[in-house]
Design a binder for this molecule. Structure first.
Ligand code: HEC
Length: 251
């Protein structure tokens, strides 16, 4: 169906759109403080809050679509989803209070909106940068939950982690992101690199750029690891392919 194509495209917009509500709310908050009771200033804050209603709704809608793509730890995702939806609701409420009710009600609304937005932002950051997604960096044998959520029991990640750390993470890790690709986090591996292809497509080895690259002939310019580095063995390629095939799509 036509709308099957929508989530991946619109979903990515979430990462761009989310800056608008954060910006609007921060601006409204500053303006509210600076202008005090001044009529013109308050009018401006109301307009910012009106713009924020649209921004928050679009951001939340795009976020729901991004979540459909999967690959995020369920627990944090569900908190972030609720916080995001609350932002959209709070945005409307805060606008209404500010536009139609008195000074105090308007300020309470704005404050609550700021708290909700900050909370949603924090949880969102947790999803992209946080501990939850550093699923592969759990050297102390501590389960982060994220691994269990995303990886099926049959395709356990343990042989995969050292494989990537030893062969790839020097160039695709925290310090360097060659080809704009990170392979030390699940989020990074699922994201698109410079080529526009995602490094790993959960459940689909054929579509995963990582697996295409490691299978290329050694003299191919695109072969990974490149040039003078040792190629992965056939067994290692197989381990990686099986692991990718076993990754669950979505929640
Ligand atoms: C010595 C550094 C180095 C190592 C080690 C290395 N890479 Fe790369 N990788 C690069 C560079 C440089 C690029 C960008 C040039 C290109 O696209 O060929 C790249 C690009 C990529 C891309 C394409 C990203 C994109 O979307 O454009 C993938 C996928 C990739 N590497 C996977 C791997 C995997 C898997 C390993 C480990 C088995 C690995 N690389 C090890 C340097 C490295």
């Amino acid at each position: 169906m036509w709308f099957d194509a929508l989530p991946p495209v619109v979903g990515n917009l979430h990462l761009l759109l989310l800056h608008f509500p954060v910006g609007f709310v921060a601006a409204a908050l500053c303006l509210e403080i600076w202008t005090g009771r001044d009529h013109e200033g308050r009018g401006l804050v109301t307009r910012l809050l009106a713009a924020n209603v649209f921004a928050a709704i679009f951001t939340a809608a795009a976020g729901l679509m991004l979540a459909m793509r999967g690959g995020y730890p369920d627990a944090v995702l569900s908190w972030h989803r609720w916080a995001g939806l609350s932002c959209a609701g709070m945005a409307a409420l805060a606008w209404w209070l500010h536009a139609r009710r008195g000074l105090v009600a308007g300020r309470i609304g704005l404050l609550l909106l700021a708290v909700t937005t900050a909370l949603a932002g924090h949880l969102g950051a947790e999803l992209t940068h946080g501990d939850g997604l550093l699923a592969w960096s759990r050297p102390k044998g501590k389960s982060t939950g994220a691994v269990a959520m995303v990886i099926t029991p049959e395709a356990h990640s343990d042989p995969v982690h050292p494989l990537l750390v030893n062969n790839c993470v020097d160039c695709h890790g925290e310090d360097k992101q060659k080809g704009r690709l990170r392979l030390d986090t699940l989020a990074g591996a699922f994201a698109k690199g410079r080529s526009g292809e995602p490094g790993i497509v959960p459940g689909d080895p054929e579509a995963s750029e990582v697996l295409r690259r490691i299978a290329l002939p050694r003299d191919d310019d695109e072969a990974m690891p490149p040039g003078d580095h040792d190629a992965l063995t056939a067994a290692e390629c197989k381990t990686l392919a099986e692991w990718v095939a076993g990754l669950k799509l979505g929640a």
